[in-house]
Ligand binder design. Structure first.
Ligand code: C5P
Length: 408
């Protein structure tokens, strides 16, 4: 584990500035020395006394303060790590251009320390090509981008643009400093994983569900976090706890999952639909419990089809975005499994399909799995069996183009 670090926490002028207090506090409680460099805008959102009390140091804002000690470069030169949270669209643009007309700009330019930014802004600003180009420039210079997460924004709107939770930012930054400062091979990659089985409500106490345990999806999220990716886990019903280090979104039903994954996909490089989404839901959701008294010996349920989330994600994917589906089939025989898988891949229009056999004693709830990853067009990208965690690494290798093609 990293020893005590000199951490510069840069705070810029967005509503999420109040959450920077949590970032500072986590670093201080972990034994690190924190210098806060706040822009003038940041101090309109969070008070200097709060930042000084939590960081246990004076807050720096002015370029023309401390000139005798050459503060505009001294803070950056002494830093082991710079974390800018929140990073507004404006600050990201200024960093990409290398502007140095405020203390934070000078600090970053004068430093050779790793820089981590946690963007926070409205979805439209985040998705604007100018912001995306600036973020790409910063990534190409080795800046680590944590988030943004997807969810409720400051106004009534929701979508990608929320600052990541302080603990996630601090963990990502410290992980970067661990292990000879080698970030994982997926650092900077934003992955959305759906996991678990959906539950389609019938009445206040009952649902239609399936046997998915969520283990393979959770293993994928966990492997992706270990390899440095920024991971959003959209969880339907899980039999296992979600891993640390993910942004967790609960989505019990197909409709909730569709909303959550559509929001999160906007800023994702890879979307992996490992959730077992119910193909049908009850046509009506009763407000009161369905009773024997009302229905007698026979009860007929009318079901309607759910939208195919995977197919619509694939149809609206951005250029370069990778969409991965799963197919759990009861088909007997390997060749038949591949034939069914290839047909499903073509139907869904996704980039990869992870195919596995399921049955009463296969696939579900076990800690092992046996899969084939088919690439668009139907070629086998990877075949793997073993623990769900090992299989997860093979799947991640395949969908990021890191797998060597298996001999057939
Ligand atoms: O068609 P089938 O249910 O076998 O497809 C499985 C894949 O499609 C999985 O990746 C699952 O997450 C996704 N799916 C979906 N929306 C549905 C049903 C399945 O996205 N309504």
């Amino acid at each position: 584990m990293t020893g005590s670090l000199n951490v510069v926490v840069g705070i810029t002028g967005g509503i999420a500035a109040y959450k920077a207090v949590g970032v500072i506090r986590s670093f201080v409680l972990a034994g690190h020395h924190v210098q806060v460099v706040a822009t003038a805008g940041a101090l309109r959102f969070v008070g200097r006394p709060t930042l000084e009390a939590i960081s246990r140091n004076p807050v720096h804002t002015e370029l023309y303060e401390g000139v005798a000690e050459v503060r505009h470069v001294a803070i950056g030169q002494a830093a082991d790590l710079i974390v800018i949270a929140p990073a507004t669209a404006n600050t990201i643009a200024r960093l990409a251009t290398g502007l140095a007309d405020d203390l934070l700009g000078n600090t970053v330019l004068a430093s050779t320390a790793p820089v981590v930014i946690a963007p926070a802004m409205h979805t439209e600003m985040w998705q604007n090509p100018a912001t995306q180009a600036n973020v790409a420039t910063l990534r190409s210079r080795g800046v680590t981008v944590v988030g943004p997460a997807s969810g409720q924004l400051t106004g009534a709107d929701s979508g990608p643009g929320r600052m990541e939770e302080p603990e996630t930012i601090v963990q990502a930054a410290l992980a970067l400093m661990d292990g000879n400062q080698e970030p994982g091979d997926l650092a900077g990659t934003r992955i959305v994983v759906t996991a678990g089985g959906t539950r389609e409500p019938l009445d206040p106490v009952r649902f239609l569900g399936n046997r998915s345990s969520g283990k393979q999806g959770v293993a994928l999220a966990s492997a992706a976090v270990r390899r440095g990716a920024t991971v959003t886990l959209i969880a339907s019903h899980l039999d296992v706890p979600p891993p640390d280090g993910v942004t967790l979104v609960h989505a019990p039903s197909a409709a909730e999952l569709q909303q959550a994954v559509t929001d999160a996909a906007g800023s994702a490089d890879i979307v992996i639909m490992a959730a077992a989404v119910s193909d049908y839901r009850p046509a009506e959701r009763q407000d009161a419990k369905i009773t024997k008294q009302d229905h007698g010996a026979e009860l007929t349920l009318r079901l309607v089809q759910n939208p195919d989330i995977l197919a619509s994600l694939a149809a609206s994917a951005r250029p370069g975005q990778v969409i991965v589906g799963f197919a759990a089939e009861t088909t007997p025989g390997h060749d038949e499994l591949l034939r069914v898988g290839r047909a499903k891949l073509a139907r869904k229009g996704c980039d990869y399909l992870v195919v596995n056999r399921v049955g009463w004693n296969e696939g579900f709830a076990l800690d092992t799995n046996s899969i084939v990853v088919l690439a668009r067009g139907g070629d086998v990208a990877v075949e793997a069996s073993g623990s769900k965690l090992d299989v997860a690494d093979h799947i991640l290798d395949a969908v990021t183009g890191r797998a060597s093609v298996p001999a057939r």
